[in-house]
Design a protein around this ligand. Structure first.
Ligand code: ACO
Length: 325
């Protein structure tokens, strides 16, 4: 049966120019390059300049994705931005990105699911495109996590970085089989009981401040491997694919040890997993599209590639999207 699917037409990314290495970190907090690399796999991260906002990063990523897709910005009728670090409490960063790109039709809004934000935003965009209400969407993950870090807490400030990545989706008629191009399956989940393990200790409705990120890293780690493996298995069962039929795993980049743990559980070789956290750190909602962009530039993503994206973040939220490039 013919169905509309959301086909990925282009990908783009942008990271701030300023690079902060682990050696730079060691000048600020009591840490070492060895500790950070061994526990996380992170070597450096990009940090936004004073005045460089989440929307600025998002606009740059969208511009590259649009050029690569060959689609005119004026043909975009949906902009969804996944971010936990909006420029302002309101309006949505997505409407600022929309305006920055000169788009004044359709709709734009933010999705807040922290590190799972891109998976959530793709799922929402896909649902809206498949109804026929919208035709072409920009889905962007953009973050300036450096603004919500406690730069005196070595347990968290070494882990995160700033950046943005975006994809252009277009609704296209397909045969309705799992061999189609486009988003084939997605699953999003949340469980608010775990808020205290990963949160920001401020907000306009509670403290009237922005607040700082707080995390019980060990507990988050334990849940991450379990929850991500679970949602990947659900995706494989629902679509009938085996793990070894996936061409590329594009995971949220939180910790190399989490990625290795999941790879072991699924029995997937390292050559199939895109890892960018060495140079980006954890960029929350931006990490999956940044990794997609790297895979595209390295020609590891080709038309027809079967790609599995997955993430877990504050909330907890988690989810996975299976797509054919
Ligand atoms: N440098 C040196 N030592 C450090 C540092 C540091 N940067 N940070 C912590 N330590 C010390 C601790 O103080 C502790 O010392 P102690 O034993 O004397 O008390 C020791 O290292 C061990 O600390 P742990 O927190 O137990 O270290 P662990 O091995 O668990 O690694 C880490 C910490 C890297 C944070 C890990 O737990 C992790 O990656 N967790 C998951 C994070 C994650 O997945 N986040 C994703 C979601 S993010 C989002 O949604 C926004």
């Amino acid at each position: 049966m013919a169905v509309n699917r959301s086909v990925i037409r282009g990908v783009g990314a942008y990271v701030p120019k300023r690079v902060m290495t682990n050696a730079d970190m060691a000048k600020i907090v009591d840490t070492t390059d060895d500790w950070i690399v061994e526990r996380t796999g992170i070597h450096s991260r990009h940090i936004a300049e004073e005045g460089e906002k989440t929307s600025d990063l998002g606009i740059a990523a969208c511009r590259q994705a649009l050029v690569r897709s060959g689609i005119d910005p004026l043909d975009i009728d949906l902009v969804i931005c996944a971010t936990a670090t909006p420029d302002r409490t309101f309006p949505a960063t997505a409407t600022r990105i929309q305006a920055g790109l000169g788009i004044n039709r359709g709709a734009a809004f933010d999705v807040q699911a922290v590190c799972s934000g891109f998976v959530y935003a793709l799922t929402v965009a896909d649902s809206l495109l498949r109804t026929g209400q919208f035709r072409r969407a920009l889905v962007v993950g953009a973050e300036t996590f450096s603004r919500i870090l406690d730069w005196s807490d070595r347990g968290t400030c070494v882990l995160f970085g700033d950046g943005a990545g975006a994809v252009v989706l277009e609704a296209q008629p397909t045969h309705g089989t799992r061999e189609d191009r486009g988003i084939l399956f997605s699953r999003i989940r949340s469980d608010g009981r775990f808020e205290d393990l990963l949160y920001v200790d401020g907000g306009p409705g509670s403290t009237k401040t922005t607040g700082h990120l707080r995390m019980n890293g060990r507990e988050v780690f334990r849940h991450a491997v379990q929850k991500i493996s679970g949602v990947i298995e659900e995706t494989l069962v629902a679509t009938g694919y085996a793990a070894d039929e996936i061409d590329l795993f594009v995971p949220h980049q939180a910790n190399k040890r989490i990625l290795d743990g999941i790879a072991r559980k699924l029995n997937v070789g390292p050559e199939k997993i895109v890892v960018t956290l060495g140079k980006h750190g954890n960029t929350s909602a931006a990490s999956i599209p940044l990794a997609l962009n790297q895979a595209f530039e390295e020609r590891r993503l080709k038309e027809g590639s079967l790609v599995l994206m997955e993430a877990m973040g504050g909330g907890f939220t988690w989810g996975a999207v299976l797509a054919r490039w």
